[in-house]
Every structure is written in structure tokens, then in C-alpha cells.
Design a protein. Structure first.
Length: 127
């Protein structure tokens, strides 16, 4: 919070704001790429059929809850608490594009589809 006219306080506030923005962007990237991977795994996984021509789901409901609630919580909290990058003040100011830039959306899709491919390939190896 800026309570004085000191230039160092202003610089510290800008650095902290950029750190928080980066951490929120990392958190959203991790969370959405994981959700894309789960959705694609379930949708593409419906192509697998058993002997009675019923769909075999690669992820059960308990596994989905486990991934969302347990295994995601600690990495997500870690992403929110990361320290600032050393070059954070060398970057130009953020424009008003927001968190979901095209680069982040492409990263979400690439990471999500890569995780889907790995999940489905491990599932087909087990089957």
C-alpha cells in the first residue's frame, strides 16, 4: 500500500503487482491446462469399447476428484507463492490484455493436449 511519496515505495509496489500478476497467470495456466487434459481424455477416451460394446472411461469419478482436489492443490498454492523473476522490472508495463493472452491460450491447449496424449497412451498400454 502506498502511504508516502517515496519513489522506492512506488517501485516496490509495482514489482509486487507484477509478481502477483505473473503468479495468477501461472496458476490459471496450470489449472486450465489440467482441465483441458481431463476433458479431452474423457471425450476421446469414449472411443475405447469393451467386449459388450460399452464405453470404457479412462478416468473414474474418484480419479477426477483426486486430481482436482488433492494433487492440484499443493502445486497451485506453490505457483501462487513464487518469488518474482529477476528481470521483472526490466519488462515493459503490461497492457490491458488481461491474463488470457494468445500465448497463454496456446500454452493451455498445447499442455492440455500433450497431457491427454500421455494419459490415453498409458491407458491403452494398460488395457
Amino acid at each position: 500500500m502506498l502511504t508516502d511519496d517515496n519513489f522506492a515505495s512506488t517501485l516496490n509496489a509495482i514489482e509486487e503487482g507484477r509478481r502477483i500478476f505473473d503468479n495468477i497467470q501461472r496458476f490459471v495456466l496450470h489449472l486450465l491446462s489440467e482441465n483441458v487434459a481431463q476433458a479431452c481424455t474423457l471425450l476421446i477416451g469414449r472411443a475405447f469399447k469393451d467386449e459388450s460394446d460399452q464405453s470404457v472411461f479412462p478416468l473414474s469419478l474418484v480419479e477426477i476428484l483426486w486430481v482436482i482436489m488433492i494433487t492440484s492443490s499443493l502445486p497451485d498454492m506453490g505457483l501462487g507463492m513464487e518469488i518474482a523473476a529477476p528481470d521483472i522490472m526490466d519488462r515493459p508495463p503490461q497492457s490491458k490484455k488481461g491474463i488470457l493472452t494468445w500465448e497463454v491460450v496456446v500454452d493451455i491447449l498445447v499442455y492440455g493436449l500433450w497431457m491427454t496424449a500421455l494419459c490415453l497412451s498409458s491407458f491403452s498400454l494398460v488395457i
